[in-house]
Design a protein around this ligand. Structure first.
Ligand SMILES: NC(=O)c1ccc[n+]([C@@H]2O[C@H](COP(=O)([O-])OP(=O)(O)OC[C@H]3O[C@@H](n4cnc5c(N)ncnc54)[C@H](OP(=O)(O)O)[C@@H]3O)[C@@H](O)[C@H]2O)c1
Length: 268
């Protein structure tokens, strides 16, 4: 869709721009999905420690984004979550509060934050959707991460009701791809498995896989997220085709997390 004459350029700030998801968005933009009226700014903790309110505000004052894709977070796999629940809670709550409040103070038109399917109630029915996030406690293994992410939804509602801000969130499932964390202890399922297979082949030793093998998991390759243009020119509306561990294809929108899994999600 062509922009109306005189439309203001968009400055899109991506927090967590050096991570798995941020790098994938950057590649998609560089490969041609960016529009001429957009300026994309990808930032990392080197640009500002977002747990620090003053640094966060200074970053927003410097770039004055019209739109924000908020990805920055403390992220990790099952064992890191079990070990550092308190740190996950504190760091992510600070980051989210600082980013959302700076976006409000500096007048960003829209913020899209990133939640995760692993924050849903441990005991739930499937398929899951965004109305069910707060319907019960999350899995105990990652309660710190889960509650901190759920609070983004609470804050978004507050900023909308009190100030009319268009702050929203998406709920992707487990993502894998280039720039993933391949640390076996700290990372997610697929990069951990890839690393284990690599090590087993390299050293000629047996491959040992954790767990019962029974849970069904859903994964999205990071570079399969691509933008589709809506008539209203909305910023990002990717259609992703997740791959389930049963090896079949299904289509989903990222604001709806209908899943074919029968098992509850645990830490991603
Ligand atoms: N990976 C998944 O499977 C998955 C699934 C669902 C949702 N998500 C969500 O998607 C988002 C991105 O995840 P990801 O896998 O791309 O994470 P990631 O690879 O671990 O990257 C995290 C990003 O956050 C930045 N960051 C961390 N702490 C920061 C701080 N204090 N100040 C400023 N920046 C900070 C990091 O910057 P540095 O590089 O400087 O450290 C990095 O750019 C997260 O919100 C996550 O919860 C991820």
């Amino acid at each position: 869709m062509t922009e109306p004459a005189g439309a203001k350029p968009r400055r899109i700030l991506v927090t967590g721009g050096t991570g798995l998801v941020g790098r994938a968005i950057e590649k998609v933009v560089v490969d041609g999905e960016g529009r001429p009226d957009e300026q994309w700014i990808f930032v990392s903790s080197k640009d500002a420690d977002l747990t620090n309110a003053a640094e966060t505000k200074a970053l927003f004052e410097k770039h004055r984004p019209t739109h924000v894709i908020h990805l920055a977070a403390m992220v990790g796999g099952l064992f890191k979550n079990i070990k550092y629940n308190l740190d996950f809670w504190r760091r992510n709550v600070h980051i989210n509060d600082n980013v959302l409040h700076s976006a409000y103070e500096l007048g960003a038109q829209k913020v899209v934050s990133c939640l995760s399917t692993c924050i849903f109630p441990d005991k739930t029915s499937y398929p899951i959707d965004e109305t069910m996030i707060h319907n019960g406690p999350p899995h105990t293994s990652n309660f710190g991460y889960s509650y901190s992410k759920r609070m983004i939804d609470v804050q978004n509602r507050g900023y909308f009701e009190q100030h009319g801000c268009r702050f929203t969130a998406v709920i992707p499932t487990n993502v894998f791809g280039p720039h993933d964390n391949f640390n076996i202890e700290d990372g997610h399922v697929l990069p951990g498995l890839i690393h284990k297979v690599y090590m087993a082949k390299k050293t000629g030793t047996a491959l040992s896989v954790w767990g019962t093998g029974k849970p069904r998991r859903q994964f999205i390759y990071s570079l399969w997220g691509k933008r589709t243009r809506s008539p209203s020119g909305k910023l990002l509306k990717p259609s992703w085709k997740p791959w389930t561990s049963r090896g079949d294809w299904s289509s989903t929108r990222r604001s709806r997390t209908g899943s074919s899994r029968k098992q509850p999600a645990t830490a991603s």
